[in-house]
Design a protein around this ligand. Structure first.
Ligand SMILES: Cc1cc2nc3c(=O)[nH]c(=O)nc-3n(C[C@H](O)[C@H](O)[C@H](O)COP(=O)(O)OP(=O)(O)OC[C@H]3O[C@@H](n4cnc5c(N)ncnc54)[C@H](O)[C@@H]3O)c2cc1C
Length: 337
């Protein structure tokens, strides 16, 4: 290990908490690395790119994809080192207070402090486990929606009973030729108001599930839908099939490295400290009284965690960064704007 390779701060997780921490740590002039398990930044937001976000302070309502773009741009302001496609599994302390982080690719990263911002873990979409489903993933079987307009004028079948399935059904009801939604149970895990709206606008079939696809190996033409109460199967003509069965999360082994956990989350105090010195936490993976599990809450945690990390390294450092309106670091950048 060369001294050059030791970072002041390494952030694990490239969701809103990790991205904002990368920006704020730049304001504190720290040498920063961010490690993300997936091949792109954005965190859980990547699972609802087409939704509109209203509740981030000071921002006009915008598509989540746009918000991700802004977050990633802002995170890059001070040019942190970004490592993608590596999941941090374990860590251990070396000499001189250096912490070694070890990833699933066999790589190690060296740092003096860490912010764990792993949210709900590395989320993988829950795929449909039926014959030939994989064949259609490149054509008309979708696990997420990037562009609602693509479905305009088409016969759409949606499977799922959570908020995303219901929201998509409602949105597509406005522009698709027809929308049928199937769900294994009669009850939904979604907002009541949206469910009752959906029942007015969409052909809802419960308790039903997708039994099989009929297609030519290139595209699905019909879907076999089975009623689990009667066992009867019918065939529906479709242009597009959307499956929204949620996500499985691979929560990291980090918890097994001596970090105190509560109900699967990392215990943090008011200073975003975990039970291990030098390791801080931010965002949805953390818990404390009054914790806010929203994007805005992740930003606040990130600031507190970065300030604590800074003072861990330099006990006499200021409690927080100079506000951006007075901060010398932005003098040149302000001229450019
Ligand atoms: C359907 C839905 C809609 C929502 N809508 C809103 C909304 O309108 N407004 C709002 O404020 N909030 C909303 N939220 C909540 C918001 O998404 C979360 O609060 C936010 O994503 C938390 O950010 P985070 O950075 O803590 O975690 P995440 O966004 O989960 O990001 C964590 C990142 O860490 C990575 N990671 C995990 N483990 C490792 C590891 N071991 N090594 C490396 N990388 C790792 C993951 O791949 C991921 O990229 C919504 C949530 C859902 C599910």
């Amino acid at each position: 290990m060369h001294n050059q390779d030791v970072y002041d701060l390494t952030i694990i997780g490239g969701g809103p908490a990790g991205l904002y921490a990368a920006f704020y740590a730049g304001m504190r002039e720290m040498k920063v690395k961010l490690i993300e398990g997936k091949d792109e930044l954005g965190g859980f937001l990547l699972t609802y790119v087409d939704k509109t976000i209203w509740d981030v302070g000071g921002l006009p309502p915008m598509r989540c994809a746009k918000l991700i773009e802004h977050l990633v741009d802002q995170a890059g302001t001070f040019e942190p080192k970004v490592v993608l496609k590596q999941t941090v599994d374990t860590f251990n302390h070396l000499h001189d207070g250096v912490i070694a982080l070890h990833t699933d690719t066999g790589d190690s990263h060296y740092t003096r402090t860490v912010i764990v911002a792993i949210g709900r873990g590395v989320a993988e979409v829950q795929k449909l486990d039926i014959h030939s489903a994989q064949d259609y993933e490149r054509s008309n079987l979708h696990y997420t929606i990037q562009n609602l307009d693509y479905f305009a004028g088409k016969k759409v079948l949606i499977s799922g009973g959570g908020n995303s399935a219901v929201d998509w059904a409602l949105e597509l009801a406005e522009q698709a030729c027809s929308v049928t939604l199937v769900h294994r149970q009669d009850s939904f895990r979604a907002m009541e108001h949206n469910v009752s709206q959906m029942k007015k606008k969409v052909d809802v079939r419960t308790p039903c599930y997708i039994e099989r696809f009929y297609g030519n190996g290139q595209r699905i033409h019909q879907v076999g839908i089975t009623d689990s109460a009667t066992g009867e199967t019918i065939r529906l003509d479709v242009d597009e099939v959307i499956v929204s069965h949620g996500y499985t999360s691979h929560v990291s082994n980090l918890a097994r490295c001596g970090l105190d956990m509560q109900e699967g989350m990392l215990v943090m105090n008011q200073l975003a400290e975990t039970s291990v010195p030098g390791i801080f936490t931010a965002g949805d993976c953390a818990t404390r009284e009054g914790k806010v599990r929203l994007i805005a809450g992740a930003f606040n945690d990130a600031i507190v965690a970065v300030n604590s990390a800074k003072r861990f390294l330099e006990p006499n450092a200021a409690g927080m960064a100079y506000v951006s309106s007075h901060n010398e670091l932005f003098r040149e950048k302000n001229r450019a704007l």
